[in-house]
Design a protein around this ligand. Structure first.
Ligand code: BGC
Length: 254
């Protein structure tokens, strides 16, 4: 067994965590999941994260850091936006709050950034050099940029403007559901979205994550873009794996 780390994924419906083998990106035991409290305020979410850490702490060394994903801009530990989370998070030092509650060193990271690191270390973009864009299609659109494996944090390309709209309110997977769009109809929105992103970024590879990536064969072949676009490999463990890996890497460089 390689070195173990702890990853926790804070999502809109569940808060999930698992100990991770950082050498090969596997979970050491099944994920533990608690429902996200409603309203999902900093205090109540912190309580659940503390409980989860406690549940899993026997599987990792007591000094190992915890990586935690959060679905907002996280700049040096502090939540800066709240597109799909309670506005009371804005300005909260998520890393400090959760470190205090769990008694461990916590590194908070944007959810898409964590997923991208996981895909690069263990998944669809494993070892990729050049510019890799990872997008997660879910309630919103998350984005993450890696250059030779190094994360450029908080890119937020889900919020580019298309026809005067915030792109994620028109092209996210939740919009497909809400409007009952067929895969071809949705794919024509994705075509516009990814073309706009490619025009300004010219990535070498795009990886598409989020629950809907399970059905990638229904929409990715319909897209015509200047670079390969592939489905994520890690699915619902990407956040946990990436957060654990990043926490470990950051601690090593601090
Ligand atoms: C947020 C991002 C997040 C994405 C996916 C967007 O609305 O602005 O920070 O990564 O949703 O959860």
């Amino acid at each position: 067994m390689g070195e173990a780390g702890l990853g926790i994924d804070i999502g809109g419906s569940g808060i999930k965590g698992a100990p991770v083998d950082l050498d090969n990106g596997t979970l050491l035991v099944d994920r533990v999941k608690y429902p996200t409290p409603h309203p999902a305020l900093p205090e109540t979410v912190a309580e659940v994260v503390a409980r989860l850490t406690e549940d899993l702490s026997g599987h990792v060394p007591s000094r190992s850091p915890v990586g935690v994903t959060f679905p907002a801009v996280i700049q040096h530990g502090i939540a800066r936006t709240a597109a799909n989370v309670d506005p009371s998070w804005i300005g909260v030092n998520v890393s400090a709050l959760l470190s205090e509650r769990t008694g461990r060193e916590v590194f908070a990271v944007n959810d898409a950034d964590a997923a991208a690191v996981a895909e690069h270390r263990f998944g669809a973009a494993r070892g990729a050099v050049g510019t890799v864009l990872v997008t997660t299609l879910g309630t919103g659109i998350g984005s993450a940029l890696l250059v030779d494996g190094r994360l450029v944090p908080n890119t937020e390309l889900g919020h580019i403007e298309l026809d005067g709209r915030d792109a994620e309110t028109w092209a996210a997977a939740s919009v497909k559901e809400r409007e009952g769009l067929s895969f071809p109809d949705w794919a024509s929105r994705l075509q516009r979205y990814y073309s706009a992103v490619c025009r300004v970024l010219w990535p070498d590879l795009i990886v598409v994550g989020g629950g809907v990536s399970r059905e990638a064969d229904q929409f990715l072949p319909l897209l015509d873009l200047p670079c390969p676009i592939v489905a994520a490999h890690l699915r619902n463990t990407a956040g946990i794996l990436g957060a654990a890996a990043l926490a470990h890497e950051r601690r090593a460089t601090n």
